[in-house]
Design a protein around this ligand. Structure first.
Ligand code: SF4
Ligand code: FE
Length: 498
């Protein structure tokens, strides 16, 4: 089949059988027409259209060494630093078109993670079965250009207890039965981006494990319409706007996350890529997390561009764009935005190979730095944008007011700034800025997506070699004659590189 268009993706969603998706307590019949999920489908769809649109085609298409055909980059296994850079660039570009999280990157990161993890098991321990199964699955995904969700975060129950110690045995997804033809799994994954609008979900363990947690150390992929899989879509800030018109409820600007519940779900062996490999569970998480942390450089800086552009336009609408304090704020926003992006590019250009033949991964230090910047800077960019936009961002009249014939003339008169722009222009831009700068995708997800800030601090602390830095200082202070090695950065190898 090869590359799919956006419309073919949407058609594919309609063909799924007995998918169980709930929104606000009710079973959804068709995610592609449901007002709550329609914007999410549109945003996801953009990742398919990217392979055909003039302005993104070159970035979004790539030749697969596995099937020898052109595929969508969102199902590609990175073949070098250039591919990692192209990922960040594509994500920035797509944010410009979609204005929210387009949700397909998690499944992509899951593919690259499982390729490396199963490849390492084959190389190091001679366990080739997982790698062979995974590559077969990868080819199937690439040939059919599937929409994937990646599911890592378990609901976790009591955070201080390991999976096997939990009072609720299902607080982490685990295997409850081994059969001749496969396994049966139970548990739930939380905050899963885009999960209601995908073909398949790739499930991975969420933490380092001990031998007693072996049944929890499991990774697999299944179609979303597998019996026993339920999705409960979560709420977001301003989510009822989705039921409104095109100004207040901007049609693209929402993604979704969901709780995915596995109620004794059967997974055939050919879809099991990792099982009882508890020793390698921590490494799997590290590889995945660093991939996703790198990606945020692209999508969040892309949303930053929209916010900067909206702020500049609103300043122009008010006639204050050339005031020094406004210029200062815009420059600060650009600085913060480009800092996040630069860190992600560094993580990409400094990428490294984890397998003898490929298995390209990011620089883990720079990927963690990227995500740690992303956990802070969007809040500051949003604050500055609200400062420029004025109180109207929280108090402006609604689209319904504008459409009321009795009110329209008055709103046109009193909401307009400079004559070049209409009151409707102002309200449109204000709502765009409000919906992006206060969205789950730009704020909360920037903090908690791909791991909460503390997870990055732990990685940064582990990866920096304080002893080496101390030695550099001691040499210069004349306290030692020790020789320096050739490495420039005092970084330690990560677990995945050892
Ligand atoms: Fe992709 Fe960004 Fe959404 Fe993650 S948050 S899925 S990287 S768009
Ligand atoms: Fe995310």
């Amino acid at each position: 089949m090869g590359l799919r268009t956006g419309d073919q993706y949407v058609e594919g969603l309609r063909r799924r059988k007995h998918v169980e998706v709930y929104v606000l307590g009710k079973l959804v019949e068709d995610v592609t027409t449901h007002p709550f999920l329609k914007p999410s489908v549109k945003a996801f769809k953009a990742t398919f259209d990217a392979a055909f649109d003039e302005d993104t085609r070159a970035l979004a298409r790539v030749k697969s060494p596995f099937i020898g055909e052109e595929i969508n980059r969102f199902v590609h296994i990175h073949q070098g630093p250039e591919d990692l850079v192209a990922k960040v660039k594509l994500l920035r570009k797509l944010s410009h078109k979609v204005g929210t999280c387009f949700q397909r990157c998690v499944g992509w990161d899951a593919l690259n993670t499982m390729y490396i993890v199963t490849g390492k098991l084959a190389e190091r321990e001679g366990k080739k079965v997982y790698f062979e199964r995974f590559v077969e699955y990868l080819k199937y995904v690439q040939k059919n250009d599937l929409a994937l969700a990646g599911a890592m975060t378990d609901v976790k129950g009591v955070r201080s207890l390991r999976p096997h110690e939990q009072p609720n045995k299902d607080a982490y997804v685990h295997v409850v039965e081994e059969r001749g033809d496969g396994i049966v799994v139970r548990g739930a994954k939380a905050n899963i981006t885009g999960v209601a609008v995908v073909d398949e979900v790739v499930v991975m363990p969420t933490r380092a494990m001990t031998e007693k947690d072996a049944e929890y150390a499991v990774a697999f992929a299944i179609p979303l319409d597998t019996p026993g899989v339920k999705v409960v879509v979560g709420r977001q800030v301003n989510d009822l706007r989705r039921f409104e018109g095109e100004i207040d409820g901007l049609p693209y600007l929402f993604n979704h996350e969901g709780l995915v519940i596995f109620e004794d779900v059967f997974v055939p062996w050919e879809r099991v890529f990792f099982y009882k490999e508890w020793k390698h569970s921590g490494e799997l998480v590290e590889i995945f997390a660093s991939f996703h942390r790198q990606g945020y450089a692209g999508c969040k800086s892309g949303l930053g561009d929209v916010i900067i552009g909206a702020s500049f336009n609103l300043a122009r609408q008010l006639g204050i764009a050339d005031k020094p304090h406004v210029q200062e704020k815009l420059t600060e926003m650009v600085f913060l935005n480009e800092t996040m992006y630069s860190a992600g590019l560094a993580a990409s250009w400094e990428g490294r190979k984890l397998l003898k033949d490929g298995g390209w991964w990011v620089n883990p230090m720079f990927a963690n730095i990227t995500k740690h910047l992303v956990a802070r800077f969007p809040y500051e960019i949003a604050r500055l944008s609200h400062d420029i936009a004025g109180g109207i961002i929280a108090t402006g009249p609604s689209e319904a007011d504008l459409k009321n014939p009795d009110l329209r003339k008055l709103i046109e008169k009193y909401i307009q700034g400079v004559p070049e722009f209409t009151a409707e222009d102002r309200l449109r831009m204000v709502r765009l800025l409000e919906n992006i700068s206060l969205s789950a995708a730009y704020l909360v997800e920037s903090v908690h997506g791909a791991g909460s800030p503390q997870a990055q601090r732990i990685s940064i602390q582990r990866l920096y070699d304080l002893q080496k830095a101390e030695m550099i200082a001691r040499r210069l202070a004349g306290m030692t004659n020790a020789q320096l090695d050739q490495k420039v950065e005092p970084h330690k190898p990560s677990d995945a590189e050892r």
